[in-house]
Design a protein around this ligand. Structure first.
Ligand code: CP
Ligand code: NVA
Length: 337
């Protein structure tokens, strides 16, 4: 784990968050520190984003991401405008360039859930306000950051963390790979070869891992869960992949997380899932409803982590001041605060 040893708070966020690799290790630790303070003392931040506005553009369905961005931003005193693009894709009615240019005149930030990561990059290139990736086909950075924050909050130390991803090497998996590669720890991706993470993601992660000391390994062997701090899985078929649903489900069914696999991992292994889950498909009821499951903590922390991100982007003075204040939270004892 690379950790800031100086007494100065880590730097405030860069402009867009399209993928976790846009962040440095100290920026990620800074977000964890601020998220912890926002969660512990929400009243102190009730007007942190007063007069600020956030627009959400979603081409795909959502529960957690939409609600956590909308209610989260309102809890900070800001205004939110949701535009559904489930019927009309972004860029169909007017060019992406014109759309981004118009929204930049009214909004202070834009969060986008879209089918194509390339579209997100084009949108960001034309926007004059920060763009936050609220899920693309390739990345889900807010999810992965909230997940690692949740593990740290549950007492896991990054340097001794072993995250076992079981199933499809998809967008959530890619963002977790980038996060571990950046801050350190160990991640084992256990999937059939056809659904392993992309080579581009693995190459970039391994380059980062040289600096952070992270270990990223891919295997088809389910036995690699042994001793894992956490097993994480996601749906076999992501949004937009309906045409290949049957073949993906068939290939990934042997990778279902059930009680036997959890026992193989060990008595202290936590279960994680970004949700929504297809119960009985990638995970059994027995596992997702067990005391080892932290899926609702993950869901709650989406809001706190995203709020930390938005305060860092839109009111950096408040973010810096908050991070200078003493904290009694347990993250402090792990060197994150
Ligand atoms: N985990 C997550 O992003 O959930 P939604 O698709 O419901 O937003
Ligand atoms: N991999 C899933 C994540 C949903 C939050 C999807 O893209 O549909």
């Amino acid at each position: 784990m690379t950790r800031s040893t100086s007494t100065r708070p880590p730097p405030i966020m860069t402009r867009d968050l399209l993928r976790v690799a846009d962040l440095s290790s100290s920026e990620i630790h800074g977000l964890f520190a601020l998220a912890s303070r926002l969660k512990a003392n929400p009243g102190a931040f009730a007007s942190a984003l007063a007069q600020r506005s956030l627009v959400l553009l979603f081409e795909k369905p959502s529960l957690r991401t939409r609600v956590s961005f909308e209610l989260g931003f309102q809890k900070l005193g800001g205004a939110v405008c949701f535009l559904s693009h489930e019927g009309t894709p972004i860029g169909a009615r007017e060019s992406v360039h014109d759309y981004a240019g118009n929204l930049s005149r009214w909004a202070d930030a834009i969060a986008i859930r879209c089918k194509s990561h390339a579209l997100l990059e084009r949108f960001a290139a034309s926007s004059h306000v920060p763009i936050v990736n609220a899920l693309s086909d390739q990345h889900h950075p807010c999810q992965a950051l909230a997940d690692l924050f949740t593990l740290v909050e549950h007492g896991h130390r990054v340097e001794s963390l072993h995250l076992a991803w079981v199933g499809d090497g998809n967008n959530v998996c890619s963002s977790l790979i980038e996060a571990i590669a950046t801050i350190g720890g160990r991640m084992t991706i256990i999937s059939p070869r056809a659904y392993a993470p992309s080579q581009e993601i693995l190459r970039a992660a391994n380059a980062r891992a040289h600096r952070s000391g992270a270990q990223i390994v891919c295997t088809e062997d389910l036995g690699a869960v042994a001793g894992a701090s956490a097993i994480y899985t996601d749906v076999c078929v992501s949004m937009g992949e309906e045409a290949i649903a049957a073949e993906k489900t068939a290939a990934l069914t042997p990778y279902r997380v059930d009680g036997a696999l959890m026992r193989q991992a060990g008595p202290h292994t936590t279960f994680m899932h970004c949700l929504p889950a297809r119960r009985g498909e990638e995970v059994t009821d027995e596992v997702i409803d067990s005391p080892t499951s932290i899926v609702l903590d993950q869901a709650e922390n989406r809001m706190h982590l995203q709020n930390a991100l938005l305060v860092s982007l839109l009111n950096p003075e408040v973010a810096l001041a908050a991070r200078r204040e003493p904290s009694s939270h347990s993250l402090r004892h792990q060197g994150t605060l």
